[in-house]
Design a binder for this molecule. Structure first.
Ligand code: XMP
Length: 513
């Protein structure tokens, strides 16, 4: 394994993920881990992360010098590079010119770290301090016009450092540099697969949970489904998954979720059917924020009531499908400064009268695509593993105006046709998200010799990396035409017009409500 020693930088998990991409197992550990604990793990390599501090601050995270004498290859990144230089007797100072963003770095391609890299390579910099003087025995292997030590090495001691961030995508050849470190310098075998993550996690979960029980809130989304499958592998019937079916899922989705988790996996599966009570609560409500609040509040009321039933004899653990990006987002969201554009209902606190032994989040360090790999390894159906992001309030935010059972059925049908056609065309992977909206507008049409007056369906499809901004997708006209034709034919008398939403975000949002 390779260890990422965390000195407080923002890309720590990204470094770990890049190492895992080389098929090498990698974990992030806090810099407070003792040298004995690190030795006991027998790592093949260590990466020191960046961090916001200056090595000269008294409160800055430091590490004892002996770590550099273990004979284990170390790569220091940004703050990590300065820490290495400073600890080993080099000089670190405030840079006369700070570098932020894209910077061309001249590198020494004779260094193993830069094997196969262009002599001038675009790197991502973000620093105010810099290494002014390398420690004894070190050689400069990278520089920029204003940064004399953009990279340094001491191959005899297997110590390497870069001022820039090889882990971020903006460092064009960063993946190759990290691969050089992990494969050539650390001499890792590169034979680690997701199966090993599954095996190790299953072992750890069994050790942690023992004979106790675990309750998991299953939404049917990728993350909670993969967490459920993983826990099922680890503890079988000690796991209870609670699935609140509010009736606002896509066509047949509730049944498919039940089928998967009752048929294929060993666990207790509870499906709470509250379609009727939701419809009752949503009767006459047309304000988008009020709808969201009702859907969210009702969801948690039903969910926690069910959990309380399971907690009468003894306490259990509470499991969640939290993944790494969720942790960053919720951290960011805590500054309280951002505007409430829309209330996302899946971040509601645990009520004070519900107690647990603790929280279990087996996917908390993984990125979405890694979670998908775990899901595939565990044998979850393809549709579930590759499921699109689906909002907690479900179709509720795609039905403008009042939510009624017949209107849900109309939207479900149109949306199903869209998804079916996209799957047939193999176009779904090109899009971040696509779905139908029922705007609640009737338009005049003609069918045969008859006038029709029926619902309008809008198609929304976007491309985006992070959903903070999004562009409307340029779906080929032939596909859009086919979808429109199918919806108006297969839903005769119900839908007579289909439109395509060509608004980016901003100014629009992805969902219509
Ligand atoms: P917006 O509409 O905010 O959507 O541009 C961005 C992404 O977030 C999803 N979304 C939600 N997800 N609960 C969720 O879990 C919500 O209340 C919610 N609202 C929007 C949306 O589907 C898109 O992927």
């Amino acid at each position: 394994m390779v260890i990422v020693l965390d000195f407080g930088g923002q890309y720590n998990q990204l470094i770990a993920r890049r190492v895992r991409e080389c098929n090498v197992y990698c974990e992030v550990l806090p810099y407070t881990k003792s040298i004995e604990e690190i030795k006991a793990l027998n790592p093949k390599g260590i990466l020191f992360t960046g961090g916001p501090n200056s090595v000269y601050d008294e409160t800055s995270p430091h590490y004892e010098k002996a770590i550099f004498d273990l004979g284990i290859p170390i790569l220091g990144i940004c703050y990590g590079s300065q820490l290495m230089a400073w600890t080993l007797g080099g000089e670190v100072a405030t840079a006369p010119v700070s570098e932020y963003g894209h910077t061309d770095v001249e590198v020494d391609t004779n260094s193993v770290l830069f094997k196969g890299i262009e002599a001038t390579t675009g790197c991502w910099m973000s620093h105010t301090d810099y290494i002014k003087q390398v420690p004894e025995g070190f050689k400069i292997i990278g520089h920029t016009p204003v940064c004399p030590v953009a990279a340094m090495e001491n191959p005899a001691r297997k110590l390497y450092a870069t001022q820039f961030h090889p882990e971020v995508l903006h460092t064009k050849e960063g993946k190759k540099m990290l691969s050089n470190f992990v494969m050539d310098i650390c001499e890792c075998a590169g034979d680690w697969q997701m199966e090993s993550f599954v095996e190790n996690t299953v072992k750890e979960l069994r050790g942690q949970i023992g004979e106790k029980h675990v309750i998991l809130g299953l939404s049917g989304g990728v993350d909670s489904s993969v967490a459920a499958a993983l826990l099922s592998r680890a503890i079988g019937k000690q796991l209870t998954c609670v699935f609140v079916d509010h009736g606002l899922m896509r066509k047949n989705e509730g049944d498919e979720i039940e089928e998967t988790f009752t048929g294929k996996f060993d666990m207790n599966f509870v499906r709470i059917d509250c379609k009727e009570s939701y419809l009752e609560k949503l009767k006459g409500v047309i304000d988008p924020e009020e709808k969201r609040k009702i859907i969210g509040t009702e969801f948690y009321r039903v969910f926690w009531d069910e959990i309380k039933k399971h907690q009468t004899d003894c306490l259990s653990y509470f499991a969640q499908g939290t993944i790494y990006p969720d942790r960053i987002e919720s951290g960011k969201g805590k500054n309280g400064k951002s505007d409430t554009i829309k209330t996302h209902h899946n971040m509601v606190d645990q009520p004070t009268d519900v107690q647990f032994l603790g929280t279990i989040e087996p996917l908390k360090d993984l990125f979405k695509d890694e979670v998908r790999k775990v899901g595939e390894t565990l044998g979850l159906p393809h549709e579930l593993v590759w499921r699109q992001p689906f909002p907690g309030p479900g179709l509720g935010v795609r039905i403008i105006g009042e939510i009624t059972a017949p209107r849900i059925a109309v939207l479900q049908e149109a949306d199903w046709i869209l998804r079916d056609e996209m799957a047939k065309n193999g176009y779904e992977k090109e899009l971040a998200q696509f779905f139908c909206v029922l705007p609640g507008v009737n338009t005049v049409g003609v069918m045969g010799d008859h006038r029709t007056y029926a619902d309008l369906i809008a198609i929304r499809a976007v491309t985006t990396d992070d959903f903070m901004t999004a562009d409307w997708a340029k779906i080929p006209y032939e596909i859009l035409g086919k979808v429109s034709g199918r919806i108006t034919n297969e839903m005769k008398g119900i839908v007579n017009r289909v439109v395509y939403d060509i608004t980016s975000k901003p100014p629009g949002t992805v969902e219509w409500e």
